[in-house]
Ligand binder design. Sequence first.
Ligand SMILES: [Zn+2]
Length: 199
Amino acid sequence: MPLVGCHHCDAVLVEPEVPDGGAAICQRCGGTLFRRQRATVEITLALSTAAAILFVVANAYPFLSFEMQGQTTRTTLSSGVFALWDGGRYVIALLVLGTTVIAPALQIGLMLYVLAPLHFHRPAPFAVEAFRLVERCRPWSMIEVFLIGIFVAVVKLSDMAEIVPGIALWAFGLLIPILAGGTSFLDAELVWREIGDLD
Ligand SMILES: [Zn+2]
């Protein structure tokens, strides 16, 4: 029979049956053992699909245009990375590429890869490895830090040039709460169990 450990008092208990949307309470200390997220696969799948669309828009379109002395410069995410690389800042260029493109792309792509077949109760090949990688990628996905950096730059540059926010900036802004929502609605324990049952 499956056992569960209490994070608050370290008691090891027999795992109780919990309905979707409910929570299990520790018999000894009254702390919450775990919660069962309602429709976790469906909600997380919907949010991941939205995130994938926004991520493509955020990378394909310019996020800022600068107008200075009649000249307009458009910047995309990749042009920023190339500018850093050309300036000899190789480590920073790779860090920006890793934390704003590669890690979020892996996180979103692998979530879709694991959850879409799970919705139809069919196993994805290497679902265990893929879901493990999702959990590894999450701490490296730092779009919100990047967006704060953009806002700081915009405030500093606003005296020198006229700045026009592009469609990618709005896509980035929307992507952050949607990715955060995907993380909070994801019941990893439930997904692990379903992957395990399917194998
Ligand atoms: Zn306890």
